[in-house]
Design a protein around this ligand. Structure first.
Ligand SMILES: [Zn+2]
Ligand SMILES: [Zn+2]
Ligand SMILES: [Zn+2]
Length: 287
């Protein structure tokens, strides 16, 4: 099932000491087709910006759009100042999805005034996650690739670390061996959005690897811990000899990554040495 918009909110931080209570404000989230999905307006009476820090303001959800159509949409902020009011501010936008994931983004140093009343932001650029101090877009990940009742492609085996990573965006991630993952010669693996099996496998938006998220987050080759912000809940077939596909995939108890155990080496692990297959089931992937 594709994740759908569940909640939306915006917080403001103003960069000078003015009061803004005379200014009319409208915030709008639209999908890729221009459909209004969430909106709040000072006319509704519950948006009253007078302090240096305000919010979060909940937007009214008008259409529970799917995350892929949302992520290609935009966010508009429009003010209608009374007199010469100038807004200098930062804002945070947070979109909560029905699968429990959250998309969030921040814009800093924005200025709106009577002569420049509206700004529009592409959500794809705005909604981002931290990677190594760099900003990357959640839309670089697989979220937009899941289609309801459909198979998600774009996954590859890294021949350096033996991990399963998302290559569909062209982002090579970060490999425990160094540099990006390499998938020369790997087949294209598929994940079934409607599969039954073991839940809680997640895509890491930092290293791009599929890892088990049902325990404490574990060490990531990109530094720190894996982050599953923006990931779907992937369901894997475990210990089923009759299942279609390629078996021999294992869980690493050190770094939580799904890795292929059918080669001579188990592949480099972000926590040092090679991955471990101790305590793992035998997972089967569609290829
Ligand atoms: Zn790798
Ligand atoms: Zn990671
Ligand atoms: Zn490992």
């Amino acid at each position: 099932m594709a994740a759908r918009l569940a909640q939306a909110s915006v917080s403001f931080h103003f960069n000078d000491d003015d009061k803004y209570d005379d200014t009319h404000v409208t915030l709008t989230v639209r999908d890729v087709n221009g459909l209004v999905c969430a909106q709040v307006d000072s006319d509704y009476g519950h948006l009253n910006v007078v302090q240096k820090d305000e919010g979060p303001f909940g937007l009214v959800i008008l259409n529970r759009q799917t995350s892929d159509l949302l992520q290609n949409g935009n966010f508009t902020i429009r003010i209608t100042p009374n007199g010469h009011d100038t807004w200098r501010f930062n804002f945070d936008l947070v979109l909560a999805l029905s699968d429990g994931s959250t998309l969030s983004g921040r814009v800093q140093g924005l200025e709106l005034s009577r002569n420049n009343q509206q700004q529009e932001f592409e959500l794809q650029r705005l909604l981002s996650v931290e990677r190594h101090g760099q900003e990357i877009s959640v839309a670089d990940g697989p979220a937009g690739y899941f289609q309801e009742g459909d198979l998600q492609s774009g996954w590859r085996r890294c021949l350096k670390c033996q991990g399963m990573y998302f290559a569909g965006s062209g982002n090579g991630g970060i490999c425990a061996v160094g540099g990006e993952h390499a998938s020369d010669g790997s087949g294209d693996y598929l994940f079934d959005g409607g599969a039954s099996g073991q839940h809680d496998w997640r895509w890491c938006n930092k290293c791009q690897l599929l890892h088990f998220g049902g325990v404490q987050p574990s060490v990531c080759a990109a530094g720190g811990l894996h982050s599953s912000t923006g990931s779907a809940d992937y369901v894997l077939i475990n210990n089923d000899p009759g299942a279609l596909g390629q078996s021999g995939w294992n869980w690493c108890q050190k770094c939580q990554v799904l890795h292929f155990a059918g080669e001579e080496s188990l592949g480099a692990c972000a926590s040092g040495g090679t991955h471990s297959s101790d305590g793992s089931g035998n997972y089967t992937l569609l290829d």
